[in-house]
Design a protein around this ligand. Structure first.
Ligand SMILES: O=C(O)CCC(=O)C(=O)O
Length: 279
């Protein structure tokens, strides 16, 4: 159990991201990593394309969302109370729900993840979300480490960035130098978790190594957020949440606080999660 001290909360408040080292032990990481590996293979299926033959988005990472829904063992990670409690303390929230979890596997030769903020990709308000980014093998500058623009969550920016590069009408980057100032690259040691706010501008390096950078993310939002826009999102449309409505239901259950050993039911009545993801 990691102590949530005032200094950590202060760092997150100031910078919009914070690294918590030694959160997971190697045995736990290996266990969850192997489950996610299998889940990704099950979702993606056989794919013999070279990295160059993939879409620009797939070249950044293979994204598989809502893995907790079809993996009972993974619920223990997505609904890990100590992790979610830390996220809640950093965000200053009393209760958090799951927006979705996801594997983000950056293959060898995978390109950088383009600079973006998360919140403009998500049709909900207010901007009270936090991501726990868990690299199963740690991350290095060569393997696809994350970089964050410290304090950018406080600049009042809310820019949509098409990180798929499929809708692109203007050249990258969407953020100018002043908004990307002093980018901090974070090499996260194995066992650590990096938390970031949904308004923090961030990106990830390319993977120039010969192994996949295996990251698992859990995205939480403060209980009470509502749908702000009509554009499709699986976390909302699968449970028929309309604009202005509070986001609650079996696809986005309470992540924290939950009674001891109480894990949510998989939302089997709500249709399957997307097999591979888009935001
Ligand atoms: O893992 C990556 O390459 C990007 C992750 C990211 O953008 C996020 O978690 O919001």
């Amino acid at each position: 159990m990691v102590a949530i001290d005032a200094a950590l909360i202060e760092t997150f408040d100031r910078d919009g991201f914070a690294v918590v080292k030694d959160f997971f032990d190697p045995v736990e990481l290996q266990f969850f990593g192997s489950i996610v590996d299998r889940a990704v293979i099950n979702r993606v299926g056989p794919d013999a394309r070279s990295i160059d033959a993939k879409s620009m988005y797939e070249q950044s990472f293979q994204q598989c969302m809502n893995l907790w829904e079809d993996n009972d063992d993974l619920k223990a990670l997505t609904f890990n109370q100590s992790l979610a409690k830390t996220a809640g303390a950093l965000l200053g929230a009393k209760a958090l729900r799951i927006w979705h979890d996801q594997a983000l596997y950056k293959e060898p030769g995978g390109r950088e993840t383009d600079p973006h903020q998360d919140w403009p990709l998500w049709p909900m308000a207010p901007a009270r979300q936090i991501t726990a980014w868990i690299p199963f093998d740690g991350s290095t500058l060569e393997s696809g480490a994350m970089g964050y623009s410290p304090g950018s969550h406080r600049l009042g920016l809310a820019k949509f960035s098409d990180i798929t590069r499929e809708l692109r009408e203007e050249p990258y980057p969407y953020f100018d130098h002043s908004e990307m100032r002093d980018l901090s690259w974070v090499e996260a040691p194995r066992g650590s978790v990096v938390f970031h706010h949904s308004l923090t501008v961030h990106q990830a390096k390319a993977n120039t190594t010969d192994t996949t950078r295996r990251a698992y993310c859990i995205i939480y939002f403060e209980d009470g957020c509502t749908r702000s826009q009509p554009h499709w999102h699986q976390s909302l449309d699968r449970q028929n949440i309309n604009e202005g409505q509070r986001i609650e239901g079996p696809v986005t259950p309470i992540a924290w606080p939950r009674p001891k050993n109480d894990l949510p039911e998989s939302p089997s009545e709500m249709g399957s999660p997307p097999q591979t993801g888009f935001r």
